[in-house]
Design a protein around this ligand. Structure first.
Ligand SMILES: Cc1cc2nc3c(=O)[nH]c(=O)nc-3n(C[C@H](O)[C@H](O)[C@H](O)COP(=O)(O)O)c2cc1C
Length: 211
């Protein structure tokens, strides 16, 4: 029997100001996904008050000496109901903001997102099928290339995080000149880039489930 189900996507947004370019991008992604029948949830890390500081309890769990901390288990449950996860953030110091970095540190746990040490045999990998990053940069991709930042970011984030956790096809999109006014032309350009990003991610359309 074949039936279709809406794809479920979590947008993990790291920006304190609604109305910022970052939030405009998250809203556009939501609109595009919903327009193609997808179901979207938003993790607003600032509004939710996520604490990015790793704890002693987190490290005991990392070492295999304690269960997953309760708050982190709730984050796991939210991720376990997704087909895709997109992290949306401004670029800070050629990386994701500290809040999002801390979310990854604490939530992508050993034995759940990857297997290391005692968990090496667990074959753990991220529960959602597809993941990617959308980063806003005040410069241009040419600037990122010129200084080697592009290669560094592509190694650290899609490869170092998502591929390491079993999701090798992880697109990374930069939206350039993010401090300039968002003119209608630029908004259209960003929308087209986001559409391309979603198609590289393989979400945004109905997925078929065959039983
Ligand atoms: C602390 C901080 C660090 C930043 N580092 C970078 C950077 O490394 N590269 C870059 O292109 N832009 C950098 N920027 C610029 C931001 O990426 C830019 O202000 C943001 O994308 C604008 O989008 P927003 O309106 O959503 O905040 C930085 C901004 C701040 C506040």
């Amino acid at each position: 029997m074949t039936h279709t189900a809406s794809s479920r996507t979590l947008l993990v947004v790291s920006h304190p100001v609604r109305g910022s370019h970052t939030w405009r991008v998250a809203e556009t992604l939501q609109e595009l996904l919903e327009a193609s029948g997808g179901v979207v949830e938003i993790a607003d890390l600032h509004a939710e008050g996520f604490d990015p500081t790793i704890t002693a309890e987190d490290l005991l769990h990392y070492a295999g000496e304690a269960p997953v901390p309760k708050g982190i288990r709730r984050e796991h449950e939210r991720l376990e109901r997704q087909d895709a996860v997109i992290m949306v953030a401004p670029m800070y110091w050629w990386n994701v903001p500290a809040l999002l970095k801390g979310w990854i540190d604490r939530v992508f746990t050993n034995g759940w997102a990857f297997g290391h040490g005692q968990a090496a045999d667990s074959k753990a990998q991220l529960p959602f099928a597809r993941g990617g990053f959308v980063l806003l940069t005040s410069g241009s991709v040419a600037d990122l290339d010129r200084h080697g930042y592009n290669a560094s970011i592509a190694t650290l984030l899609p490869y170092g995080v998502l591929s390491y956790c079993g999701r090798p096809e992880a697109p990374l999109l930069y939206l350039e000149e993010s401090e300039a006014e968002l003119t209608p032309e630029k908004a259209n350009h960003w929308r087209a880039s986001l559409t391309g990003f979603l198609s590289a991610l393989g979400v945004g359309t109905e997925i078929s489930l065959t039983q």
